[in-house]
Design a protein around this ligand. Structure first.
Ligand SMILES: Nc1ncnc2c1ncn2[C@@H]1O[C@H](COP(=O)(O)OP(=O)(O)OP(=O)(O)O)[C@@H](O)[C@H]1O
Ligand SMILES: [Mg+2]
Length: 247
């Protein structure tokens, strides 16, 4: 079982959009995939729930060991794709992790799933916290969307410094440009100077595209909504790159 995360300390950069699209593409490639929505906003749960009325489990049941993680899992409407919906109590996850003796509860919770699940994808809330630390530790690779702006690049640099400081293997962090809009001169400038600003970044650039926003309205991944679109092609290339990295 491989675990990857979509993570950034900056909000609204395309973590959830990438997590859902990559989870779908992985499942379509025959990889049994589990998307865990760790964000109390519950966006990725909402994308995957379809018409099902899902309400996630309270965090306390997991923390106290009352319920095994398998009880938290829902089947999505797509084969090979399961998800753990968020719950508003996940807003306390950080405090609970602080209080725990274990320095990697996320990894411990996931361990029993390894027989049936090949890929776990963690969709994380934007923060730099105990949760981020554990997510970075539990993941074989962490993918970080970066909007081509100075502020977003600055967040990326902060994350690298945090990983180095906490001895979290910065080489497992993989940034990629997201929400890129070539009509904006700053975006063009930072994309063209990618080797300088994002030297360890992935090749794929996720464009700013209205079809990605439509995911919310239609409750489906881009590959289902508009497979011939530039955005769908970008997510397919992102999945190929991720696949190459996690092996
Ligand atoms: N490539 C894209 N093109 C256009 N809109 C996008 C794209 N990616 C994401 N969006 C839109 O931008 C908003 C934020 O995207 P998303 O929820 O994926 O970001 P996030 O990093 O997960 O945010 P948060 O930090 O709040 O969890 C959403 O409204 C989404 O529809
Ligand atoms: Mg999100």
């Amino acid at each position: 079982m491989r675990t990857i995360a979509f993570y950034s300390l900056k909000g609204g950069v395309g973590k959830t959009a990438a997590a859902v699209n990559i989870a779908y593409l992985a499942s379509q490639a025959g990889v049994s995939t589990l998307l865990w929505d760790l964000d109390p906003q519950g966006a990725s749960s909402w994308y995957l729930a379809g018409t099902e009325d899902v309400s996630g489990h309270k965090l306390s049941a997991l923390i106290k060991g009352k319920s095994p993680i398998a009880e938290f899992i829902h089947q999505s409407e797509y084969p090979n794709l399961e998800f753990i919906p968020s719950h508003t109590s996940f807003r306390n996850l950080d405090v609970r992790l602080e209080q725990s003796d274990s320095n990697n509860l996320i990894k411990e919770w996931l361990a029993p799933l390894s027989e049936d699940t090949s890929l776990v994808i963690l969709d994380c809330p934007p923060s730099l916290s105990r949760l981020s630390e554990q997510v970075l530790k539990a993941s074989d690779a962490t993918f970080v969307p970066v909007i081509p702006t100075w502020l977003s690049l600055n967040s990326w640099n902060q994350l690298q410094a945090f990983a180095t400081d906490k001895k979290l293997k910065p080489s497992r962090l993989h940034p990629f440009y997201s929400l890129a809009d070539r009509r904006k001169s700053l975006h063009r400038e930072l994309i063209d100077a990618r080797e300088k600003h994002l030297p360890s970044g992935l090749r794929t650039i996720i464009p700013n595209a209205s079809v990605v926003e439509k995911m919310g309205e239609k409750g489906a991944p881009v590959e289902r909504l508009a497979p011939a679109s530039i955005a769908a092609d970008a997510y397919r290339r992102l999945w190929q790159e991720i696949r190459g990295i996690i092996g």
